[in-house]
Design a protein around this ligand. Structure first.
Ligand code: AMP
Length: 250
C-alpha cells in the first residue's frame, strides 16, 4: 500500500517537474541559458552556435580564466595552478570573474553560461542572485564516458576565434589552421590524458550532483549529445524556440 502511494506521489512529482521544465519564459526578463555536462560533452561548441543564433553572449568561465592567465593578471596567477591540475578554482574567485562579466551591458537580454555552475555553492549563489530577475533554461548535455574521452583527446581549438575541431571526425581542411579565420589550432594543456582523468573525477564528484538539484526543481532539460554537433544544435534550438520564442530572430 505504502509503495503504491509513494509511486503515485512520485508520478505526480515527475509530471509537475516536467511541466515546470516546459514552462514558457517571460519576455520581460533576461534569459539565462545554462549548459551542464561533462568536459567534452560539447558545451563550448553548442554555446558558440547558440550565441550566434540568439545573439546572446557566450560566457565560459574556463575561457575567462584562460584569458586572465594569458594576461598574467592577479586573478590569472591565482587560478593557474588549479587549471593545470584539472581541479576546480575556489568558488570565491569564480564568483568574482562571473558576476563581473554578467554585469556588462551586453548581458542585459540574457547570456549563455558554459562551465558555470560547477558546484552546489555556485548553483545556489546564482539562484540567490537572480531569483525572480531572470528566466532560466537549463540544458544537460548527456554523453557516454567513452565518447568524452575520445573527444577530449582529439580536440583542437582555434587560438583566434575559439572554434573547436576534432582530429578524426571534424578535422580542419589544412592541418593546424582554422577553416574560418586562419588562426592557429592548439590542444588545451588540460586535455592531456592525465589531466582529463582528474577533470572527469572532479566532474562526477562535484558537478554531476547539480543534475539532481535542477531536476528536483523541474528545471533540467536532458539533451542527447552523443551525436553530431548539428543534430545536437537542432535539438537545443527547437527547445529554445519553444520555451523562449522571443529570443529567436525572425
Ligand atoms: P572549462 O574550459 O570549462 O573546461 O574549464 C577549464 C578549467 O577552468 C576547469 O578545469 C577549472 O579549473 C576552471 N573552471 C572553469 N569554470 C569553473 C567553475 N565554474 N568553477 C571552478 N573552476 C572552474
Amino acid at each position: 500500500m505504502l509503495t503504491k502511494i509513494f509511486s503515485i506521489l512520485l508520478g505526480l512529482f515527475m509530471i509537475t517537474s516536467q511541466a515546470k521544465a516546459e514552462n514558457k519564459t517571460s519576455p520581460d526578463k533576461p534569459t539565462v541559458i545554462i549548459l551542464l555536462g561533462a568536459p567534452g560533452s560539447g558545451k563550448g561548441t553548442q554555446s558558440l552556435e547558440l550565441s550566434k543564433i540568439l545573439g546572446l553572449p557566450h560566457i565560459s568561465t574556463g575561457d575567462l580564466f584562460r584569458e586572465n592567465i594569458k594576461l598574467d593578471t592577479d586573478l590569472g596567477k591565482q587560478a593557474k595552478g588549479y587549471l593545470e591540475k584539472g581541479a576546480l578554482v575556489p568558488d570565491e574567485l569564480v564568483f568574482d570573474i562571473l558576476f563581473d562579466r554578467i554585469s556588462k551591458s551586453d548581458c542585459a537580454k540574457g547570456y549563455i553560461l558554459d562551465g558555470f555552475p560547477r558546484t552546489s555553492a555556485q548553483a545556489h549563489e546564482l539562484e540567490d542572485t537572480l531569483r525572480n530577475k531572470a528566466n532560466f533554461i537549463i540544458f544537460n548535455l548527456k554523453v557516454s564516458d567513452a565518447e568524452i574521452i575520445r573527444r577530449l583527446s582529439g580536440r583542437l581549438i582555434c587560438k583566434k576565434c575559439g572554434r573547436i575541431y576534432q582530429k578524426d571526425t571534424n578535422p580542419p581542411k589544412v592541418a593546424g589552421v582554422c577553416d574560418f579565420c586562419g588562426g592557429e589550432l592548439y590542444q588545451r594543456s588540460d586535455d592531456k590524458p592525465e589531466v582529463v582523468k582528474e577533470r572527469l573525477r572532479v566532474y562526477y564528484e562535484q558537478t554531476k550532483p547539480l543534475e539532481d538539484f535542477y531536476k528536483q526543481q523541474g528545471m533540467l532539460i536532458d539533451i542527447d549529445a552523443e551525436g553530431a554537433p548539428d543534430t545536437v544544435e537542432k535539438s537545443l534550438e527547437a527547445k529554445v524556440k519553444d520555451l523562449a520564442p522571443q529570443l529567436i530572430k525572425k
